[in-house]
Ligand binder design. Structure first.
Ligand SMILES: [Zn+2]
Length: 485
């Protein structure tokens, strides 16, 4: 089946044709490591996680690069985000960078996001950025003013082609703090002169300074993936100016196309005081860190929630949506676990083989959805439909042979586990989680029985002892749910 993707560059769905047959070179703009990742960031990386997982599962050889921004990402005030945090915490900037880089990987690991193949840091690629700026100067795309180097946007005719912004429109909406020294208000900094208080600084042909934010992605993607590569990803919020500047710098410096396909994820929104969904962001102060979200909900529930919409669409975060994602996951995982349990004592043979048609169907439907611009919600719903069939079969009391159950089990391992990261791949990896879930469920059921018998002492003891272990029960109209703190 042909893989098709919606290319933001050109705004249409296209057949995916790689630069090199069988191979996908992919770059995704990574985090600025100034603080803990919030769940808005997590959506982007979880979305790309299943894109990479699906590509690999369906046989592509993927090289996935995602950078770490540890210098040059400035606030509107002109202050470097990392330096601001370092000042607030009275710590060195590289201490901040190290602390939040580690935290980023810990949190993404906990969410089940597989690590990129290469996580290059901007501060470790200063020579590459300087070389690229030199090449832009040589070719007449950039100019130096008093230790600062700017990209001349009017020298690159296609500036604005990704975000569909024309220069005259941009001028109308420009910010007030335009520096007089620039030739055009839209020109952006490739290199900035370091003021005396700026600690992150390097020598360059233009004096002591530091690189602009955009140039790092051009320099590092070029270094690891080549001048022209397949997929560039990121959050839609960075389409302008960041992604647009990356294209201009790379294509001007190399004289070759930059990324062939642009895949951008939709934003995570949260209802404001009036219930209107607004962007979750650090500057708005309405954010929930992934770290805190993982204390409330298990990783698989958060993943289910993230996959409930197509990656390019926004999702609105609210607690009920997460709780419902958790219940959805429990149904999926419950069926997968039941299959494994039944499999252990199953008779040889292919009794119940009528369900193999469903196995074939779910694999085909899942693949069709994922090959159609990585449509995870449709793929997930195919798995949920399959799960209803499996439950019907297993609850019917009919004998099901090992040969059949193994194929059903493989669907959960492959599609639910390897691709969606919702079902542990093997008993060794998932064994203790399986046992823990089972034991908690057993205690919750025993407590239900005690409550039905008005045995409040037993009921309270189960609740309190579980709470002491960090498992908090919550009684609702539709049953008891639990959270592991
Ligand atoms: Zn970037």
């Amino acid at each position: 089946m042909t893989l098709r993707v919606f290319n933001v560059l050109g705004r249409e769905k296209q057949d995916f044709i790689p630069v090199e047959p069988g191979r996908v070179n992919m770059y995704v703009c990574g985090p600025t490591v100034q603080d803990y990742a919030h769940i808005g960031h997590a959506k982007t990386y979880a979305n790309f996680d299943i894109i990479v997982r699906w590509l690999r599962y369906s046989g592509w050889d993927v090289l996935y690069v995602q950078n770490i921004t540890d210098v040059g990402h400035l606030l509107d005030s002109g202050e470097d985000r990392i330096l601001k945090k370092a000042r607030q915490l009275a710590a060195g900037p590289m201490q901040i960078v190290e602390q939040y880089t580690r935290a980023y990987f810990e949190d993404m690991d906990a969410l089940g996001v597989e690590r990129p193949d290469i996580s290059p840091r901007a501060s470790g690629h200063i020579p590459e950025q300087i070389a690229m700026i030199e090449s832009l100067l040589e070719k007449g795309y950039a100019y130096v003013v008093d230790g600062n180097v700017y990209f001349d946007v009017r020298s690159y005719a296609e500036y604005g082609k990704l975000s569909n912004r024309r220069l005259d429109e941009q001028e109308a909406g420009r910010r007030e703090d335009i520096r007089e020294e620039k030739r055009n208000p839209e020109d952006f900094a490739l290199w900035k002169k370091a003021e005396p208080e700026h600690i992150l600084r390097w020598n360059s042909p233009w004096g002591v300074g530091f690189p602009g934010w955009h140039i790092e992605c051009s320099a590092m993607s070029g270094k690891y993936l080549g001048q022209t590569f397949d997929i560039h990803g990121g959050g839609i919020d960075n389409i302008f100016p960041h992604n647009e500047c990356e294209i201009a710098q790379s294509e001007a410096a190399h004289g070759a196309p930059f990324a062939n396909y642009w895949l951008l994820t939709g934003t995570l929104l949260v209802p404001d005081a009036d219930g209107i969904p607004v962007k979750m962001s650090k500057s708005l102060g309405n954010f929930l860190t992934l770290r805190d979200a993982l204390k409330r909900w298990r990783a698989e529930a958060i993943r289910m929630f993230m996959f409930s919409a197509h990656y390019s669409n926004p999702v609105v975060f609210h607690e009920e949506a997460l709780d419902s994602a958790l219940r959805g996951w429990e149904r999926l995982y419950g069926a997968a676990r039941l299959v494994r349990t039944v499999l252990r004592g199953a008779p040889e043979g292919d009794a119940g083989n009528a369900v193999l048609a469903e196995v074939e169907k779910v694999r085909a439907d899942f693949a069709a959805a994922m090959d159609d611009d990585f449509n995870a919600p449709i793929a997930l719903s195919a798995l949920q439909t399959f799960t209803r069939e499996v439950n019907t079969l297993l609850n019917s009391g009919a004998e099901v042979g090992r040969a059949v159950l193994e194929q059903v089990d493989a669907v959960y391992r492959d599609l639910g586990g390897r691709v969606l990261g919702l079902i542990p791949e093997d008993e060794a990896a998932g064994g203790s989680a399986v046992r823990e879930e089972g034991l908690i469920r057993l205690l919750v059921d025993l407590r239900q029985t005690a409550r039905a018998n008005r045995d409040w002492a037993t009921s309270d003891r189960i609740r309190d002892d579980l709470a002491a272990l960090g498992v908090v029960l919550e009684d609702r109209s539709d049953g008891t749910v639990w959270k592991v703190n």
